[in-house]
Design a protein around this ligand. Structure first.
Ligand SMILES: [Zn+2]
Ligand SMILES: [Zn+2]
Length: 265
């Protein structure tokens, strides 16, 4: 009996397009790069948000999603014999607009729903948890780093419970640019509870290879990946490409990396 592969690296489960306002490249260029990489599948996972007050907009509204599905369907026909294209969504969870998010999700026939959380509310606006800008990091630090991280994991736990989803994206990306960021005991307990919820609902954990560029290893951090594997949570490879040339980035490193993570836990 042969063991199933530790992760499928023939499909990139997370790429963006210029439609989100902070990525570049046409959908077709992402598909072409995936084909050139020898991938057998590519999943667009475009940003959707609900009642986030943040400028400039970094997600798609109805008008852009209409374009996304039209173009995506055209590409499915054009490239159908070469590569499997899926049209998904990275649903940003905002606990203050959970019903609206679910309602927005019901408008489209997603091939895959990913969950993430990019924003923290402060007064009338939101702060970007993944920003590397000094001003943004200072504003979040003023709110309280531990508090912000606690709220972030609470939001993800609620999201996995409330949204019918397939995968949790870049689980530990919160405040990833904050110098010396670390999770306290409470955060670690929240992560364990989150993984338990994912296991119970059959939600996959994304192994996000953009981390290789940020810190030399994928998101999330090894102990979280190991804890997911112990629970039998499926792992899903995603490049989080915001430009076509990043499709499938570092996927060749993943099998060995994950074997090492499992061995060290
Ligand atoms: Zn993005
Ligand atoms: Zn994201």
């Amino acid at each position: 009996m042969s063991l199933p592969p530790i992760i499928d690296i023939t499909t990139d489960g997370h790429v963006h397009t210029h439609l989100c306002n902070h990525a570049v490249g046409e959908m077709e260029e992402y598909v072409e790069h995936a084909v050139a990489q020898g991938l057998r599948g590519i999943t667009f996972l475009e940003h959707l948000e609900a009642e986030i007050r943040y400028q400039p907009r970094s997600w798609l509204e109805k008008e852009e999603f209409d374009i996304y599905f039209r173009e995506g369907e055209r590409l499915k026909h054009r490239f159908g014999s070469v590569i499997k294209i899926r049209l998904g969504v990275e649903a940003g969870y905002n606990p203050a607009a959970s019903n609206l998010l679910r309602e927005k999700l019901s408008h489209y026939p997603w091939d895959r729903i990913g969950i993430s959380c990019h924003f923290h509310p402060q007064g009338e606006v939101h702060r970007n948890l993944l920003s590397r800008r000094r001003e943004s990091l200072d504003q979040l630090a003023a709110i309280g780093v531990d508090f912000v991280v606690t709220q972030y994991f609470d939001a993800l736990l609620e999201a996995v419970d409330f949204i019918d989803c397939d995968v949790l994206c870049h689980l530990d990306a919160v405040l990833r640019h904050y110098p010396g960021i670390r999770f306290n005991t409470e955060h670690q307990q929240q992560i364990a509870a989150l993984l338990d919820a994912m296991q119970a609902k059959g939600v996959a954990l994304e192994i996000n290879t953009s981390g290789f560029d940020y810190r030399g290893s994928p998101f999330p951090t090894p102990w979280i990946i190991a804890a997911a594997m112990e629970r039998g949570i499926p792992l899903s490879a995603g490049s989080d490409a915001h430009r076509p040339e990043d499709v499938g980035r570092y996927f060749d490193r993943l099998p060995d990396y994950l074997v090492q993570v499992a061995a060290q836990s």
